[in-house]
Every structure is written in C-alpha cells, then in structure tokens.
Design a protein around this ligand. Structure first.
Ligand code: PMP
Length: 454
C-alpha cells in the first residue's frame, strides 16, 4: 500500500478546505491508528471526514459537497441512500435484527440470484467479500481433495491468508514474467508461498505451463474477470477468460470467479453473463447490497455437495443472512437493478467515459481510458495496460497522484484515496451531474498538462 505525498501548496489548500476533518483526525488517532477503520482510507496528511451522502454526492464535515465516484468502492450501485433500500430495511427492522433461524425472504433472495446466475444451483449468504472468498476456497479444497490455489499477480481478493500472496509486489521481488514468484504479505505464514501459484493476468501460455506442472495439486484458480484493484481497470483480452475456463475444466481445477466488484455492475448477471462464462463458484458482495454488508457464494450442484449437511464443509456465521441486509439486497435487486436499469447504467457509464475520452483527445494527452459500462479508469500511460506489471512499470505515478488531489479540490472524488482504484458511475449520476464532473476533469487535466505533470 502506498500513500499520496503532495506539494506544500496543494497541502495548504487541502488543509484550508478540511479544518474540521483535521480536528476529528487528531481526536481519532488518540484511540485508532490513522483514524480510519479500513487501512486503505488513510492518506497523507489526514483523511477527510464525511457527514452524509445523497445520490451522487457526499458531504464532508466542513460542508464541502463532492461528486462521488468512489461510491463505496463500487457498492453504491444506485448512489447514496437509495429510498427503496432504506424503506425496505425500515419495513423489516421491526421484525427483529437477527432472527437466526431461516426465513422466507432468504429463499426469495437466493432465487433471485439463481435467476441471474442460472449455472449455479444455489447460493449461501455471508457478510463481506473476504468471508465469501474464504468459503469459496475452502469449498474448492474439499471438493477436489487438493490444496493449492492459482492466483493472478496483483489482484486483491480481501483479507483471507492465501489470497494475500502476491497481492502487491515490487519488481525486485516478482521473478520472471512466465513464472512470477509467490510473495506473502506481512502477517501471512511463509508456507503460503508454496500453496499459492501465481500467474500474470492475460497470459494464457504461462497458465497452461503452470496447470501442466501442478494440475494434480491445484484445487482452484481464483480470478477477477476484470482487474479492478491496484491497477485501476484491466480488461481481459479477447477470448482470455473462455480459454482459462476451458483449461481449468479440462484439468479438473475449479474456477472461482471473484465478482465482488463486477457483480451487478457488468450487467444483470454480472461479468459471468457479460463474458458468457460458466464458473464453478462465484463470489458476490458490494453492489449486491447496494451499501450494506452482504456477500454471497454461488456454487454448482456438484460443488454444493460439500456443504454440511450434504457434506463436510461448515459454512457458518452468526450474522449470515440477517434480515437487515437480506431485505436491503432483495429490494436492491428487485426494485432497482432490473434489466432495464442495467441498460440505463451502461448508458450513463458510456456517456461519462465518452466525455473523458473527448477531454483526453481535445487536450492531446498521452493518457488512455479502460472501461466497461459503469466502471473504469483513466490510465496515466500511453496504452491500456495488460497486467499488473505493465501498470507498475509504465505509469506516470506523479501525474496520477496529483490528479487525485486536484480533483478533490475541484470537489470530484474520481476514485478512492489509494493507488489503483477504478471510478464507479451509479444510477444516481444523471447526465447533468456527469457533465459537471467531465468539465471539472477537463479543467484538471488541462492544469496538469500546463504544469508539466502529464
Ligand atoms: N474481492 C474483490 C475483487 C474486492 O474488490 C474486494 C474488496 N475491495 C474483496 C474481495 C473483499 O471484499 P470485502 O472488503 O467486502 O471483504
């Protein structure tokens, strides 16, 4: 994880805009390192503190209103505080916050998920993406009777130990292009470097060799269909995902598709539908709940056999399927994210990306944009990246970071305050809001160009 370092001039503007945030920060750090509850929210000199969100906007405690494209790191697919979700939670609140035993709405939610992921026999509900990834990996190990996992270099899948291997690596650590080294993150036992085999995204030839070498030991490959952490946004090359799927199937290795960011964003049936895939296990979170902590693991009929009472895997959690989040997710899927609204989301995303591309062209900049529908990233490099290494080696990091703070000052939160987050357009980002954001982005890019940052 790296944090931004800004010039004194920019810092003084930031500080003058965020005086109350600074006061809260000083108080917060007396009892909590960095004052944040997820480390990726901290940045130098201190994070801004927020007051409320509504639609496409978020207000900080100093009363500044920002056009928000962080959107809960992708969760807020319908913007901040969507009425349908709030009313649904209110409606169920009086019945109890944790009913423990099963109830009908859980069945309805899972039926809705199966409708969108018809290759799945069913889903189990959990709370966060991290947990869902953990369940998915353990289920794959039991199903196959093998322990190793294949993972893509530079991908983030949450905080479970094996996926912390080569989550972020530096050139001095990463080994050859064909056989990247497995490198554990701080706090993760070294033996995971043996258990997790790493491959580069979009490199089918290396994957073929790795599968050939380890096929009898590998339970599953976990991957994001589109890389949306650490690198902004990297699209799979034409046919790549289908080739991965075929190769894994031929070798009895399960495909775990991590749709935490792509699910309900790339379309009605997520990236699975968008790319025409048939994963064995799919992991959903973020936009599933539209802003509440819920995740789900989907599995085929065969894989479902490992879950207790059918099999040995105890998929458990006190808060799994609690009515607050289940009611929110059900309202989100049935009242907001209908097929038509997905088309609308794509139109808004295309409109925004088109405006940004026009700005890049008009200003004659050597920047690129990668996007699919309502998520994407401006790349501070002259080509669309193909994998994590491409980004690390070729990015104009100084220009990229400077763009973040300049946009903040213009009250646009284009992405999270950590390197490599995409932007997220929501259904609440109507065209007038997007026009305003595009104008501010244009002005910022012009400033950066005139001052030699890009
Ligand atoms: N997988 C992916 C692809 C993610 O983007 C994230 C979160 N950014 C996770 C897993 C972990 O999800 P959570 O933060 O809900 O634990």
């Amino acid at each position: 994880m790296s944090s931004f370092q800004f010039t004194n001039e920019i810092l003084s503007i930031y500080k003058s805009m965020t005086r109350k945030s600074e006061e809260l920060y000083k108080r917060a750090i007396k009892t909590n390192p960095g004052g944040v509850h997820s480390s990726f929210r901290w940045f130098h000199p201190y994070p801004f503190f927020v007051d409320k969100g509504d639609g496409p906007y978020i207000w900080d405690v100093d009363g500044n209103r920002y056009i928000d494209f962080i959107m809960g790191y992708g969760a807020l697919i319908a913007g901040h505080s969507p009425r349908e979700i709030i009313e649904s939670i209110r409606g169920y609140l009086e019945n109890g916050t944790l009913l423990t035993m099963p109830y009908e709405l859980q069945i309805k939610l899972v039926e809705e998920l199966v409708k969108r992921y018809p290759m799945m026999m069913g889903f189990r509900i959990s709370n966060t993406g991290t947990e869902a990834v953990m369940h998915a990996i353990k289920m794959a190990r039991i199903y196959t009777g093998r322990e190793k996992i294949i993972k893509v270099e530079g991908t983030y899948h949450g905080s479970y130990d094996p996926v912390k291997v080569s989550e972020f690596v530096r050139p001095s650590q990463w080994g050859s292009d064909e056989r990247p080294k497995s490198v554990v993150a701080p706090g993760i036992p070294k033996f995971y470097e043996e258990d997790v085999v790493v491959v580069q995204f979009n490199d089918i030839e290396s994957l073929e060799k790795i599968v050939e070498e380890y096929k009898d030991e590998v339970a599953a490959m976990i991957l994001e269909p589109v890389m949306m952490n650490n690198v902004g946004f990297i699209k799979p090359m034409e046919g790549y995902l289908k080739k991965v799927e075929k190769l894994l199937k031929e070798n009895g290795i399960l495909m775990i598709l991590d749709e935490v960011k792509t699910g309900f964003r790339m379309g009605y049936g997520g990236a699975t539908e968008y790319f025409g895939l048939k994963p064995d296990i799919v992991v959903l979170a973020k936009a599933l709940g539209g802003g509440v902590p819920i995740s789900a693991v989907g599995f085929t009929k065969e894989v479902s056999q490992v879950i207790y009472p059918n099999g040995r895997y105890a998929f458990s959690g006190t808060y799994n399927g609690n009515p607050l989040v289940v009611s929110a997710a059900y309202a989100n899927l049935t009242k907001i994210l209908t097929r038509d609204r997905h088309s609308e989301l794509f139109r808004l995303g295309d409109y925004f990306a088109g405006g940004v591309m026009d700005a890049i062209e008009d200003l004659n900049l050597e920047l690129t944009i990668s996007y699919i529908g309502a998520a994407g990233a401006i790349h501070f490099m002259d080509h669309e990246p193909r994998n994590f290494r491409d980004v690390v080696l070729n990015y104009n990091l100084r220009g990229y970071r400077e763009s973040w703070i300049r946009l903040f000052i213009k009250k646009v939160l284009l992405r999270g305050p950590i390197d490599g987050e995409p932007y997220f357009v929501s259904l609440a980002h109507k065209k007038d809001v997007l026009d305003e954001a595009i104008t501010r982005i244009y002005d910022t890019l012009k400033e950066l160009r005139n001052e030699g940052f890009i």
